[in-house]
Design a protein around this ligand. Structure first.
Ligand code: CAA
Ligand code: NAI
Length: 243
């Protein structure tokens, strides 16, 4: 029970990696707020995960919506120990074809959304004397990826924000780290052309895609006290795709 009695907010937890993380955190004793835009999947997720979870609809790109999320969490649980900034979207296109809208939508969710959630949660963690922030980067942000100008920019920015927040928030007892997943079996990769995905799979030394639980286990480690001295780090959980 590595997260016994801890209160966690996991954004994007209605589906994919975030859902697996909610499941894993609950197995280890946490209460999880499933903070997601997708109402139908969020309600279903909370139903499956049981009474150690609560769905709160949020658009992380919208400051007011994030404020409401955090006040709901504080009302219900009194505090928040762990924030996993996991929500993310893709709008893939080659640079020459990428529209302004595609560029901005991805920045709004993947970058500004992480800024909103962290900024709203931090005062509560400071008041409580500490906490854990986990941000989701990507292999695409660390090494670049064809068709992902917008997405790679946000996921590289996550690495810089994580290091900056580690420097600002360490003295407040708040650990800040990131996870950079490789290609992982969720809806996000299902949108990829099969030939591109096959190429990616073939160059992973482990010869498989990641599972949502592979990534959830890394979130769990960083959220637990076992990682108390891990700080400002980006943990690559990618089967060594780019090694
Ligand atoms: N490496 C090298 N070349 C590539 C390539 C790759 N990975 N992907 C495409 N190309 C090449 C194509 O072969 C093609 O070359 P030619 O012009 O010589 O024929 C050229 O780039 C244009 O490709 P398309 O014909 O496919 O162009 P399009 O405009 O129809 O589509 C695209 C472009 C939307 C980017 C499409 O190729 C695509 O969806 N690619 C996959 C992008 C991707 O990897 N997304 C990851 C999603 S999962 C995720 O984001 C999670 C995470 O964090 C990893
Ligand atoms: P997914 O598409 O399965 O789940 C993403 C979740 O985020 C969905 O439930 C969606 O409703 C939610 N979401 C989207 N926009 C939102 C918003 N504005 N506000 C609140 N919630 C919102 O994707 P997946 O694969 O589980 O991705 C999770 C994270 O992992 C993302 O940050 C993604 O960029 C990252 N990642 C995924 C990889 C993969 O191969 N699947 C690889 C590397 C990183």
């Amino acid at each position: 029970m590595r997260l016994n009695n801890k209160v966690a907010i996991i954004t994007g937890a209605a589906n994919g990696i975030g859902y697996a993380a909610a499941e894993r955190f609950i197995e280890e004793g946490a209460f999880v707020f499933i903070a997601d835009f997708d109402e139908k999947a969020g309600i279903a997720a909370a139903h499956h995960l049981g009474d150690k979870s609560l769905f709160v609809q949020v658009d992380v790109a919208d400051r007011e919506s994030v404020k409401k999320l955090v006040s709901t969490v504080i009302e219900h649980a009194g505090s928040v120990d762990i924030l996993v900034n996991n929500a993310g979207i893709t709008r893939d296109a080659m640079l020459t074809k990428m529209t302004e809208d595609q560029f901005r939508q991805v920045l709004d969710v993947n970058l500004t959304g992480v800024f909103h959630c962290t900024q709203e949660v931090i005062p509560h963690m400071v008041a409580a004397g500490g906490g854990k922030i986990i941000n989701t980067s990507s292999v695409s942000g660390v090494y670049g990826n064809v068709g992902q100008t917008n997405y790679a920019a946000t996921k590289a920015a996550i690495v810089g924000m994580t290091k900056t927040w580690a420097k600002e928030l360490g003295r407040k007892g708040i650990n800040v780290n990131a996870v950079a997943p490789g290609f992982t079996e969720t809806e996000m990769v299902k949108k990829m052309p099969e030939n591109v995905l096959a190429q990616m799979r073939a160059v992973v030394p482990l010869q498989r895609l990641g599972t949502p639980r592979d990534i959830a286990n890394a979130y769990l480690f960083l959220a637990s006290d076992e990682a108390s001295y891990v700080h400002g780090h980006t943990l690559h959980v990618d089967g060594a795709i780019m090694m």
